[in-house]
Write a protein that binds this ligand. Structure first.
Ligand code: GLA
Length: 402
């Protein structure tokens, strides 16, 4: 064939092949396998970062798994033991990710087996960039290889961070890892940690099971430290995203600081109550092997946890803000409600939950349970009042009578 004719024929064949491709502009954004139904309620667990940062090791992780099983945390519903950043060291010649051999001499598989032997689930951390936030190897370009490795090790949960991602598009980057996990042969929760930068509440529900909405939390009532925010600063950023939450798709206002010492017991009760109102993942971030009685009491408050884990999966809202006094309401399954009276001020305050905030007629009788004092008041109508401590909450479950 004349070279020119050959060239034309080749071009025509190429065009034909292109025309045969499905008209899908972003092939990488197509997720064929359905998202596994493994977070119908917000995930509950423990993560190493808030307390231990890069100081992780297999001894620490085993100790935390033991403590989760022995302290009542497991019985209260906590499941995942997640190693955050700095467990990784390098890649081998074939690109396989390697754990730090000094800190994890028995390897990740043995650790995952140990966690599973306690009746718990095991999670790891990686990053969509070249390096993690702590400067360890990230998963960019290794997504499928890493996901297959996680599945072999027995990983149940991946927290996937966003450092060193350059100009990558967040939705596309997280979708690639979602595809890789779904094709790995194991059901793995995908925890998107993109800090709320590129509206993860828009694409997160189809890609992952939860997505961070803000920068990092730090253990303080309020304030800002570099890109970390105090508890109430994070809370204020949750208000406009409430609609996006549903089973298997949760807004993540970051992990808990309960028990880490930077807030008072009253403030930690507020932190825990409000995170439950937000249908937040309840991921403890303290040393589970050294908990005082108040820390255990707060983290295992079954009534508050039941609000967080309510199967309806609707996130609560702030329905009233009067200066430093706030009312939050969350609808629960079966026509019940959770409500929080939140006093941010420096003095105790008399506060009131009026039935119109719940959408109930004033004469509708309801039983009200205080979820911290455990006191039940029957036949309440119109409103429920109480004195709320400075920086504290009254949290109630309202059960309207039929
Ligand atoms: C980011 C994340 C944190 C933690 C660190 C680890 O800051 O938002 O939650 O994972 O990286 O380096």
């Amino acid at each position: 064939m004349h070279p020119l004719i050959q060239r034309i024929a080749h071009t025509l064949a190429l065009l034909g092949a292109l025309a045969a491709l499905p008209v899908h502009a972003h092939e990488t954004l197509k997720l064929d396998a359905p998202k596994p139904n493994i977070a119908p309620t917000p995930p509950m667990g423990w993560n190493s970062w808030n307390k231990f940062a890069c100081n992780v090791s297999e001894q620490l992780l085993r100790q935390q798994a033991d403590a989760m099983a022995a302290s009542g945390m497991k019985d209260a519903g906590y499941q995942y033991i997640v190693i955050d950043d700095c467990w990784q060291k390098s890649r081998d010649a074939d690109g396989n990710i390697q754990a730090d051999p000094e800190r994890f001499p028995s390897g990740i598989k043995a650790l995952a087996d140990y966690v599973h032997s306690k009746g718990l689930k095991f999670g790891l951390y990686s990053d969509a960039g070249s390096l993690t936030c702590g400067g360890r190897p990230g998963s960019a370009g290794h997504e499928f290889q890493d996901a297959r490795q996680y599945a072999k090790w027995g990983v149940d949960y991946l927290k996937y961070d966003w450092c060193n991602t350059g100009t990558r598009n967040a939705e596309a980057a997280y979708t690639i890892m979602a595809k890789a996990l779904r094709e790995s042969g194991r059901d793995i929760v995908l925890s998107i940690c993109e800090w709320g930068t590129d509206h993860p509440e828009r694409w997160g529900p189809k890609v992952g099971h939860l997505w961070r909405t803000t920068g990092d939390i730090f253990d303080a009532w309020e304030g800002q430290k570099d890109w970390s925010l105090g508890m109430t600063n994070i809370l204020d950023l949750q208000v406009e995203r409430a609609d996006a939450a549903s089973p298997n798709a949760w807004n993540d206002p970051d992990m808990l600081e309960v028990g880490n010492g930077g807030m008072t017991t009253t403030e930690y009760e507020s932190h825990f109550s409000l995170w439950a109102m937000l249908a937040a993942p309840l991921v403890a971030g303290n040393d589970l092997s050294k908990m005082d009685a108040d820390t255990v009491r707060i983290l295992t408050n079954k009534d508050v946890i039941a609000v967080d884990q309510d199967p309806l999966g609707k996130q609560g809202r702030r329905v009233l803000r009067q200066g430093e006094l706030e009312v939050w309401v969350r609808p629960l399954q079966g026509g019940e409600f959770a409500a929080v009276l939140f006093n941010r001020s420096k003095a105790p305050a008399d506060m009131k939950l009026t039935w119109d905030r719940l959408g109930l007629p004033a004469d509708r009788k309801a039983d009200v349970k205080d979820l911290w004092s455990k006191k039940v008041t029957k036949d309440v109508s119109g409103s429920y009042t109480g004195k709320v401590a400075s920086h504290g909450v009254i949290m109630v479950r309202v059960t309207p009578q039929r």
